[in-house]
Design a protein around this ligand. Structure first.
Ligand code: SF4
Length: 696
């Protein structure tokens, strides 16, 4: 395909077994946009059911999309799709990475990279525009990500963008990640690179992404887009009363007078950051305060950072001298959200908002980002702490191993504990290291005590032992259904972003009625009403836009802009922004309906792929599940009463009915019907599923 707006026209394929490097026409995959859509399509076409995550036949697809590198707001993400090693059945899944790597790949002239096979010895891939080489990684293997990135930069120049694994990925630790730009990681996929003897992919690009739209039209579009953005998670009102703001509420728009990036030199005041000041969008979210508390969060915040072409800047860069003097790691670190909670997650005896808390956080972050260790959305530190506190580790481990672990440091709330425990897991030292390296799903199969724990609310655990992620507590049935759909934590923020926009409930309902056909799609937080059609539409839309974001690519951690900070628009956003961005970039006129049909196609394919790898047609009862606590906690409260998010079993069965109906899936099985697949242009998928006996 000739390079047109958005796309560069070719996809890179590298077979590490044969050393063959080839190029394919992007046009073949255009029905799936790019990113996850492309990843699912490659897995469907090329990976046979029964293949395991670490088999050379597995593919790992570094997927970028038509918007990546275009400068469209928040379009710098990469979707890394593969058979997901953390899932107990190694079903298809995706990790998402931000930073600048994805845009650089587009600048180098590629619309994605497919890696297959296994190199006979450790290698790294160097993409320098059209020139692609498989290089020896013997000097890199065994090193952490920071050192490996530095070595590659020394070899080819510091303008290279490097996505690499650390020792965790090399050692086939399932809970491992790929990481670029020091703090942007794709969780859970690191060991697939390790299994292929692939240390890193370095990219240098000197080209650009063409935008079909006229310059003036594009500029106006981008400004319009920026005007609809709020803060991180698309909070559209500030957290505190501001003279310019009509409303305030619980959002991440926490900028205010007297709040500082305190470790900047000189310190920078965020100020009020009014909604019409588009030059200060990056100051609206002070993630240091959100992640580390007001005192240390301001004191140690050097600057905010983030991904290519994103004004939100949700990453926190900190300077904590004590990290060097006490623990021997760099005083400078950066991360966001779950990355910042990794180290803290091992401790239940460190007070939030203290110096010790931020030290634990940033020491954990420094170690995890170098080892390439992933915390599975907090699940494995939670499991480890529980197993220790309940005496499970003492009972199960060899006494010599148990006594060699510095539990005294953990008991004292000393972050130095992380130096020992994270190394043990990265290098699979002892039984503890091996068990926890495999992650929560494999651990619960071995230890029944952990399986029982995962059924409790305290574990925060969802089905298949993956962590809950904006589940029943976010939209009741909507969050519940969404958390049932994927083979890892759902990573869906479409619904939670809308629900956390901070607008008054009446206004949320009013806009919700326009978006989902009924004001009853939206409930007051923790006061959930029975299931209805509006909630089924809300769920479907949330999933469609998640897949669209991950395929275009665009950041689902803030998008979509379904509500906005604009009073002149009565706080309405624009549901068609993704379609407009794609139209402007590619020059093709793509309507909202058309882009949503594409999102549906991607969802159907993912569903079919999951069923095919499970060899299961009863997705309703075998896949779309929730752990016990979702229906039983709190025990002293009944569903549909205020103050909690306990769900009702019969109501969730009704929720499945209504949702499957919206999706065109069979109510009895939860499988896409032949008619639905054919309408979506997926006849070949229907035929294959029928051959396998999964649909008629
Ligand atoms: S909101 Fe954060 S994660 Fe998303 S694109 Fe922006 S900087 Fe990256």
């Amino acid at each position: 395909m000739a390079a047109i707006g958005g796309y560069r026209g070719k996809i890179l394929r590298i077979d590490l077994s044969t050393g063959k490097i080839s190029s394919e026409d992007t046009a073949k995959y255009k029905d799936f946009l790019g990113g996850t859509g492309l990843g699912y399509k490659i897995l469907w076409d090329e990976v046979k059911p029964g293949t395991k995550a670490w088999d050379p036949e597995n593919r790992i697809i570094f997927g970028v999309g038509p918007l990546t590198g275009s400068g469209s707001p928040l379009s710098g993400r990469v979707s890394i799709t593969t058979l997901f090693p953390v899932n107990i059945n190694e079903l298809p899944g995706t990790g998402h990475m931000g930073g600048h790597w994805g845009a650089e790949l587009k600048f180098a002239g590629w619309d994605s990279v497919i890696v297959q096979g296994k190199a006979p010895k450790p290698v790294w891939i160097y993409i320098n525009d059209d020139k692609v080489e498989i290089r020896d990684a013997k000097n890199l293997w065994g090193n952490g990500i920071f050192r490996a990135t530095e070595e590659i930069s020394n070899e080819v120049g510091s303008d290279v963008q490097v996505a690499a694994i650390g020792q965790a990925g090399e050692n086939l630790v399932r809970v491992s990640c790929v990481l670029c730009n020091r703090s942007h990681s794709a969780g859970g996929v690191g060991s697939v690179l390790g299994s292929k003897n692939l240390k890193a992919i370095g990219v240098k690009g000197t080209g650009s992404v063409a935008i079909a739209a006229d310059k003036k039209v594009w500029k106006e579009f981008v400004n319009e887009y920026l005007s609809l953005l709020g803060a991180n998670n698309q909070g559209v009102v500030p957290t505190t009363p501001q003279p310019w703001a009509e409303y305030y509420g619980a959002t991440r728009w926490n900028a205010q007078k007297g709040q500082y990036w305190g470790a900047a030199n000189p310190p920078v005041e965020t100020g009020e950051c009014s909604a019409d000041d588009l030059n200060r969008i990056g100051y609206r979210t002070h993630k240091g305060v959100l992640d580390h508390g007001d005192g240390p969060g301001q004191r140690h915040h050097v600057r905010s950072g983030g991904c290519y072409s994103c004004p939100i800047r949700c990453h926190v860069y900190t300077d904590i001298p004590a990290l060097e003097t006490k623990y021997g790691v760099s005083r400078f670190n950066g991360n966001t959200c779950v990355g910042n909670s990794f180290g803290r997650g091992f401790f239940d005896n460190i007070t939030s908002g203290t110096e010790t808390a931020i030290e634990a956080s940033q020491l954990g972050s420094a170690l995890a980002d170098d080892y390439g260790l992933w915390n599975d959305y907090g699940q494995f530190p939670r499991d480890l702490l529980y197993a220790y506190r309940k005496g499970i580790l003492k009972a199960k481990l060899d006494p010599k191993e148990y006594d060699s672990i510095p539990w005294k440091l953990l008991d004292a709330g000393d972050p130095a504990f992380l130096l020992d425990i994270m190394k043990r897991i990265t290098f699979k030292q002892g039984e503890l290291g091996k068990l926890f390296a495999d992650g929560p799903a494999f651990l619960e199969k071995k230890w029944s005590e952990i399986a029982e724990y995962h059924q409790t609310y305290e574990s925060s655990c969802w089905k298949d032992a993956h962590a809950k992620h904006h589940s029943s507590e976010n939209g009741g049935q909507v969050g519940t259904l969404i958390n049932m759909m994927y083979n890892r934590d759902s990573q869906n923020h479409t619904h939670s972003n809308y629900l956390a926009n901070g607008l008054p409930l009446a206004l949320q309902k009013e806009i919700g009625a326009e978006l989902f056909g009924s004001p009853d799609a939206i409930d007051a937080n923790n006061n959930y009403k029975p299931m209805n059609k509006g909630k089924a539409v809300f769920t479907k839309m949330s999933l469609i836009y998640l897949e669209l974001h991950n395929s275009l690519t665009a950041c689902n951690w803030t998008l979509p802009v379904w509500a906005s900070p604009r009073k002149d628009r009565k706080y309405r956003g624009d549901v068609a922004m993704e379609a407009k961005a794609l139209s402007h970039v590619t020059g093709e006129k793509i309507s909202r309906e058309e882009i949503e049909a594409t999102g549906m196609r991607i969802l159907h394919l993912f569903r079919a792929l999951t069923a095919r790898f499970m060899n299961e047609k009863d997705m309703r009862n075998k896949h779309d599940l929730a752990n016990k606590w979702v229906f039983d906690y709190p025990a002293d409260k009944q569903p549909f009463t205020a103050g909690h998010s306990r769900m009702d079993r019969a109501d969730i069965e009704l929720a499945k009915d209504l949702f499957y109906e919206e999706m065109g899936w069979d109510k009895a099985t939860g499988m896409p019907t032949r008619a639905t697949l054919e309408k979506a242009g997926l006849k070949y998928v229907a035929d294959e599923l029928a051959k396998q006996g999964l649909i008629a």
